[in-house]
Design a protein around this ligand. Structure first.
Ligand code: SF4
Ligand code: SF4
Length: 410
């Protein structure tokens, strides 16, 4: 066992990467202070330091158990611990490796395995949109937990997207679940870019960014998603589009790791690095465009806003403060609230797979926000928006939808 373990570490990319990351952790435990699951459960093994220890043990040859898997499953992959860590530990990469290794060693109960397979295949398939629409029609008859994840049909505002040509061109990723769940986000994004002088289009052939498969330990599936998207974007990038824009921060965080995901693929590694360099979150593009275009603003409805920055924006992509500054510049009264650094519990498929913890984190987030009495809660990721919407009577929307409403019609 020791020999095969030593050769796994020496001869595989995962092994070498895991060993290098483990060496950077000094076990200080600072990360526990900002870990949502440690805050809720108070168990060392439900914090980053404990999970690192569990992964280390498994990689050293100790048997993985269902309990090991549970502690890793409970991690939101929010990466708050990476923001806090003074030693620069790349926790999420280690967790990915640890989850894959444990997944091979611990057989999940049949029902849990079936749920994960249904999420992996269902959310990324073409059947999702019609199934979701059916769910909206049947919403009054759905059980409460499911109902909270399905917005009523009437809330889907679908004013037409922009179709004017502009010399400046950018691409965006429409996403897998977003067009069905909240179609107005993509339409609003196109309208805002149009109003600011940029033609924004979704490339044919692109689809899920790969996050769903990646977080469900399906590495090869995530790589296939990445390659398909690169193939769809590459010709457009060659023909002069300025950037590939993400209006879901979860997708942005994933696409920005395509170079890491495909680093050993001789056909795609270089292209992946170019794609990463061209990828921008809407928060990195729109504030500059607003400043340049100085657009006319209409009367600002829902002026008092609370902005919930998704973990994939603030911790994974390290984009902080720009949305709030821009909203203030265009007339919003941006109110602060406690624990803005903590995850809301959405975290991709987490809210389905860990509903109890996800619900507690959502309620805690909404309680903190409620103290500020905003007119509207804004965020930047479809998962967070839907999750918060399910627990709040206040309107919840993407900040780009708020900006779209605030821009005076051209
Ligand atoms: S991950 Fe970072 S903060 Fe956490 S125990 Fe290791 S070195 Fe300390
Ligand atoms: S990623 Fe988030 S939930 Fe997971 S260990 Fe780090 S802080 Fe805790």
């Amino acid at each position: 066992m020791q020999t095969s373990l030593a050769s796994w570490i020496r001869d595989t990319t995962d092994g070498r990467e895991a060993e290098a990351i483990l060496r950077t952790c000094v076990h200080c435990g600072f990360c526990n202070a900002t870990c949502p699951t440690y805050q809720l459960l108070g168990n060392e093994l439900d914090g980053p330091r404990g999970r690192i220890y569990l992964i280390k043990q498994v990689l050293e040859g100790k048997p993985a158990t269902a309990a090991t898997q549970l502690h890793l499953d409970r991690c939101l992959t929010c990466r708050n611990c990476e923001t806090t860590c003074p030693s620069g530990v790349q926790y999420s990469h280690l967790l990915d490796i640890g989850r894959r290794v444990v997944e091979k060693k611990v057989v999940r109960p049949m029902a849990a395995a079936a749920t994960r397979a249904a999420l992996r295949e269902g959310l990324t398939s073409n059947a999702f949109a019609p199934a979701f629409r059916l769910g909206q029609v049947l919403r009054p008859f759905l059980p409460a937990t499911l109902r909270s994840k399905v917005p009523p049909l009437a809330t889907a505002r679908t004013r037409g997207a922009a179709r004017r040509a502009h010399p400046r061109r950018m691409l965006y990723l429409a996403g897998c679940v977003q067009p069905a769940m909240q179609p107005n986000i993509n339409a609003a994004t196109e309208r805002v870019f149009d109003a600011l002088g940029v033609q924004l289009t979704a490339a044919d052939g692109a689809g899920c960014c790969g996050a769903i498969r990646h977080h469900l330990a399906d590495l090869e599936g995530a790589r296939a998603d990445a390659r398909r998207n690169i193939d769809a974007w590459w010709p457009q990038l060659q023909s002069g589009v300025e950037a590939i824009v993400m209006n879901a921060s979860g997708c942005g965080a994933t696409v920005r790791e395509y170079d890491h995901l495909l680093r050993e693929d001789p056909r795609y590694a270089e292209k992946a690095a170019r794609i990463v360099a061209a990828t921008k979150d809407v928060a990195e593009v729109v504030p500059g465009l607003v400043e340049q275009a100085a657009p006319r603003m209409g009367p600002v409805e829902m002026r008092r806003v609370a902005f919930h920055p998704p973990c994939t924006l603030q911790h994974a992509q390290k984009i902080r403060g720009v949305v709030e500054s821009m909203l203030r510049a265009v007339g919003a009264d941006v109110v602060g609230f406690e624990e803005a650094h903590l995850c809301c519990g959405s975290a991709g498929t987490y809210s389905v797979l860990q509903p109890e913890l996800a619900g507690r984190l959502r309620d805690r987030k909404l309680e903190r926000i409620e103290v500020a009495r905003p007119d509207v809660i804004l965020s930047a990721n479809i998962g967070c928006i839907s999750h918060l919407q399910g627990g709040s009577a206040r309107p919840v929307m993407h900040w780009i939808e708020w900006l779209d409403r605030a821009l005076a019609p051209a």
